[in-house]
Design a protein around this ligand. Structure first.
Ligand code: FAD
Length: 317
């Protein structure tokens, strides 16, 4: 079922959902199940599964380092299929421009169709660690809007290099990313919003936001998006701070602000167990306010161990 239909069916009730990361290759899927199991009591209508870009690894060959390009966390669509089957829940694979040609993307989307996956999150991906700027794969999309257009083409029955008669239309519900504090490369929030509007005009059906720690940023973003004519659901993404290092890491990686009260609370913690508790309490307060404001879904970035998401959801759902 489509995310937008889940939202319609909920008739104004806020839904609970979360995002998981595939394990590093060679690890068992049971590790994921162990973290998903406790969250199923909150009846998420959908679970997102991220896709990771390829990265360089260095293999020691008799003292000489061999540089190889590899994807350390493959298996997104397979994981989506197994979770869908095991828990009878919708799954949302993230599809990236970075590292994929248009053809490879089409093959992934055809797999999704066969597996009954109705929703896809269309994302550009970040630059690789070694790159200063994002570089698309040769024959790949430069921006997420290219993916949205490709998905929309499939929804109209137009496959790449279309030489076949009688192809069926896909029916994907398309999600895209939005940034309440603007995307780190965007020259301004207004120009980033214009790009977001272009993605919606190209066929995106809903938006999931980057994490934020100050709800005001989300509310202002939604108002600005609406003023620009963006009328699709905007789902807030929430990440509980879990370790002290997040105070520096999250602003550095995502260019987001952390409110001073939260910084002070984390700084005052003696260990990461206490930080995790502060993160839970902050996320509960954030979530309560967002729920009262009637957001369609509260979407949590789980990043591995789910005990903190469980504690937050227990206070809300
Ligand atoms: P785009 O929409 O393409 O925007 C990228 C930048 O280009 C923005 O600054 C935008 O303003 C600008 N821009 C857009 N179109 C144009 C244009 N035509 N001309 C000039 N500038 C333009 N990353 C992963 O690797 N894997 C994941 O699974 C993943 N999941 C995510 C889930 C969510 C909810 C979010 C918010 C992010 C996720 N990311 C993921 C991170 C995402 O890939 C990065 O933030 C990436 O840098 C931008 O992706 P995008 O889809 O927003 O890009």
């Amino acid at each position: 079922m489509k995310i937008t239909d889940h939202i319609k069916e909920a008739k104004g009730e806020t839904l609970f959902s979360f995002e998981i990361i595939p394990p590093v290759k060679g690890h068992k899927i049971q590790e994921l199940y162990d973290n998903i199991d406790p969250l199923m009591e909150f009846k998420p209508p959908f679970i997102d599964v991220t896709t990771s870009r390829e990265e360089y690894v260095y293999i020691d060959r008799n003292g000489l380092l061999d540089k190889k390009l590899t994807r350390m966390r493959p298996g997104t669509v397979g994981i989506c299929a197994s979770i869908k089957h095991k828990y009878d829940v919708d799954t949302v694979p993230h599809v990236l421009c970075g590292g994929f040609t248009k053809e490879e993307t089409e093959y992934v989307l055809v797999d999704c169709q066969y597996l009954g996956i109705d929703n896809v999150m269309a994302l550009r991906g970040d630059a690789m660690r070694e790159e200063k700027y994002f570089q698309p794969a040769e024959g790949g999309h430069e921006y997420a809007i290219g993916l949205v257009e490709q998905l929309n083409d499939l929804n109209c029955g137009n496959y790449l290099h279309d030489t076949m008669e009688g192809t069926n239309c896909a029916d994907f519900c398309i999600g895209v990313a939005g940034y309440p504090e603007k995307h780190l490369e965007a020259p301004s929030l207004q120009s980033d919003l214009k790009r977001l509007k272009e993605k919606v005009d190209a066929g995106a059906h809903y938006i999931v936001t980057q994490m934020f720690f100050d709800n005001k940023k989300y509310f202002e973003f939604v108002d600005a998006a609406k003023a620009m004519g963006i009328d699709v659901p905007i789902i807030p993404g929430i990440k509980p701070i879990a370790v002290k290092r997040h105070l520096n890491l999250l602003p550095q990686v995502f260019r987001i602000d952390i409110p001073q009260d939260l910084i002070d609370a984390v700084d005052g913690c003696e260990n990461n167990k206490a930080v995790r508790q502060v993160g839970i309490e902050w996320a509960i307060q954030q979530s309560k306010e967002l729920k009262e404001a009637g957001v369609p879904v509260l979407h949590y970035y789980s990043m591995g161990k789910s005990d903190n998401i469980h504690a937050i959801a227990s206070a809300l759902f």
